[in-house]
Design a protein around this ligand. Sequence first.
Ligand SMILES: *Cc1c(COP(=O)(O)O)cnc(C)c1O
Length: 412
Amino acid sequence: MFSEKEIQKIRKQFPILKEKIYSNPLIYIDNAATTQKPLQVIQAIQKYYFTTNANVHRGLHYLSQKATNQVENTRKKIQKFIHAKYSSEIIFTKGTTESINLVASSISYLIKKGDEILISCIEHHSNIVPWQIICKKKGAILKIIPIYNNGYLKLRDFEFLISKKTKIVSISHISNVLGIINPIKYIIKKSHEYGALVLIDGAQSPSNLHLNMQDLNTDFYVFSAHKMYGPTGIGILYGKKKILETICPYQFGGEMIKNVSFEKTTYSDLPFKFEAGTPNIEGIIVWSSAIDFIEKIGLSKIQSYKKELLSYAIQRLSTIDGIQLYGEIKDFSKKSSIISFNLNKLHCFDVGSILDRLGITVRTGHLCAQPLMNFFKVSGMIRASFSVYNTFKEIDYLFEGLLKAKKLLLKY
Ligand SMILES: *Cc1c(COP(=O)(O)O)cnc(C)c1O
C-alpha cells in the first residue's frame, strides 16, 4: 500500500497523467498494452542525443565507445534483473514479437514432418502465428493446451499432449487478457523430461514478477521494454548460452559477422550473432532508466499495490448488474492486475467509446487473442489493466463510467 503522498509522488513522475482528454482528466488503464513513461526515461532520451549519439561496436572513437559501453551496461542490468547466468544470453530485439519470430526461425531446422509444437488456448497472436507458419512449412502439427472456464490451463491435458514428438512448448507467463499467471515452472520441467525446448512469452511479467532465469531453467524467455515503463521498439530474447550457440542466426548482415569473403562468412560470438544491423541504441540505453525506476520503488511494493487495485476493481465492478468478468476473480495469488469483461450484451466498442469520451482509456476488441475470444464465445472484451500510478479513485471513475455507458446504451 502506498500512502496518498507516495502515490502523488509517483504520479508526478509521469507528465502525461496531467493531460486532459475531451476536457476530462486522463485515466490511463491500458497498461497491458503499454505503460506510460516516467520523466527519467523521457529525459534519458534527450540526454542520449545531447551527449552520446554514435554507432556502437564499430568505431574506435570516444563517442562510439561511450554508446557501446552504455548499451552493454543495459545488457548487464537486464542480466541482473532477470538473473541470467551470462550477459551474452541477452539478445536485443525489437520486442516480444520479434523475439518469438527469431526463435521460431532459428530453431526451425530442428523441426521435421510430423513433429509437434505445443502452445495454449490463451496465447497472444504473437505466440500463435509464428508457430503456425513453421508448422505449415515443415509439415509439423500445432497442438493446443485447453483451459478451464476460470482461465487456468488444463494441466492434465498438457501431460497428455506432451510427448517425444514435441519439439518446442511456447507458453505465456501471464495472460494479457485474463492476467492469469501460468504454472510455467512445472511446464518447463515436464517439457524438458520429453526433450522439448521451452519458450516463455513474458511480455506481461517484468513489471509484475521477480524473474529468475536460472531458477526457471527455461530455454528462452522474451519481453518488451514498453510494458515496463521503457521505450517502444526494444525488447529482449533471453536464451540459454549453449542453445543460442548452436541454433541458426535469424538475420544476416553487419555486426553479426566475424569474417566475410565472397566464398564464406563466419558469424560473431554471442550475443552479436543475433544482432544484425545497427540496433535501437537509444532504446537500449534509455531502457536502463526504466529499470532504475522499477528498482527504486521496488518490484514487490509495485506488485502488492497493483494487487490491491485489482482487488478493489473486481470488488466494485462485480456489483454492476449484467457485467460479465472473465477468468479467475477470487484468488489473486495467481493473477496480475488485468481484468477483462463485457457489459450486458453491449458491444465492447460502444462501451469503449463512451469511456473514451470520459477520458478513460481501456482496451476493447479481441485483445490480440482471437482463439481465447472464441473460447468465451465473444467477439471482443473490455480490458482494464492497472499500473503503479493508478489510484482507487480512478477505479471509481471507471465504475461510474460503466454505469453511464449502460444507461446511455441500453436506451437503444
Ligand atoms: C504485448 C504482448 C505481446 C506482444 O508484444 P510486442 O511488444 O507488441 O511485441 C505478446 N504477448 C503478450 C502476452 C503480450 O502481452
